[in-house]
Design a protein around this ligand. Structure first.
Ligand SMILES: NC(=O)c1ccc[n+]([C@@H]2O[C@H](COP(=O)([O-])OP(=O)(O)OC[C@H]3O[C@@H](n4cnc5c(N)ncnc54)[C@H](OP(=O)(O)O)[C@@H]3O)[C@@H](O)[C@H]2O)c1
Length: 252
């Protein structure tokens, strides 16, 4: 049992081999010796496929096991990547250090930086300015973004211009790799995730299936006008904790 879950909810494996009590941090380890960025998405969906609750946020979908897993995945990541709408709606701030991450982050900085993708640069000032030096917020934006906001953001954050009118997903991964950030965790949202899947760049989908019905108002975990596509996935494992299912898929 890992210290992260020592006092929290228990996870059991349903697949590939049933097991009553497993260590999720081992089950979700990134591939060893990465020599390129590995893009993992962590998303939650209701049983009827909705990506946010009536409040417009994911809180209604999330139970303690999901929050524990989200913390483990953040602890494992070199960088946490999100679209600006998710950062605004979910109130993203620089990641705070956690005592339970000591093992997970051994030999690395205490926290991963947040990277955010935005055209508008409409971001909370604390997200830009409150990060520690080892994890300055990275802002991916466009040449068309307001120049004054770009300059202001660059005073405290690491601003990367990665496209004219739209940030190109490939350039995000190249820039992260240039910074030695290979274990990439994207937490969406659905519009940003669709751009990565359409570009064929998603390596892994960690999908939490939450035991709720939401009706038709919420989007799926992918949204927007990215081109339709088909990519086969392999189911690596299926875990269960307190009625919530956790599927880990990797690209074939
Ligand atoms: N179910 C889940 O696991 C999950 C996960 C995350 C979020 N959510 C929910 O999803 C909703 C937010 O997600 P969303 O899909 O609407 O938005 P999103 O993907 O989080 O963010 C979209 C925004 O990101 C920026 N952006 C995305 N692609 C860009 C590109 N190529 N170039 C430049 N900027 C780009 C733009 O920011 P600007 O507007 O600043 O220009 C755009 O408006 C919220 O309700 C949140 O609660 C659910």
């Amino acid at each position: 049992m890992n210290s992260v879950t020592a006092t929290g909810p228990r996870f059991r494996a349903l697949l590939p081999t049933p097991s009553a009590d497993i260590d999720p941090s081992a089950a979700y380890a990134y591939p060893a010796d990465l020599d390129r960025p590995w893009l993992r998405a962590n998303m939650v969906a209701s049983a009827d496929g909705g990506a946010w609750g009536p409040s417009g946020r994911t809180a209604e979908l999330s139970a303690p096991p999901d929050r524990i897993l989200m913390s483990i995945l953040r602890g494992q990541a070199d960088v946490v990547l999100a679209g600006a709408a998710t950062a605004r709606i979910e109130g993203y701030r620089p990641v705070r250090p956690r005592e339970v991450w000591k093992e997970l982050r051994a030999g690395r900085t205490a926290t991963p930086p947040v990277a955010v993708v935005t055209r508008s640069l409409d971001l909370h000032p604390d997200l830009l300015a409150d990060a520690p030096d080892h994890a300055r917020t990275i802002v991916f934006t466009t040449e068309s973004a307001p120049a004054d906001k770009r300059r202001a953001a660059a005073r405290t954050a690491d601003v990367v211009v990665a496209g004219e009118d739209t940030v190109r997903p490939e350039e995000i991964l190249v820039a992260l790799a240039d910074r030695g950030l290979f274990r990439v965790l994207t937490e969406g949202g659905p519009h940003l995730l669709a751009e990565f899947t359409a570009a064929g760049l998603l390596d892994e989908l960690c999908l939490t299936i939450s035991p709720h019905l939401l009706g038709p108002a919420a989007s799926r975990i992918v949204a927007g006008d990215a081109p339709s596509h088909t990519h086969d996935l392999r189911l690596g494992h299926l875990l269960e904790s307190d009625g919530t299912l956790f599927a880990r898929y990797t690209r074939i």
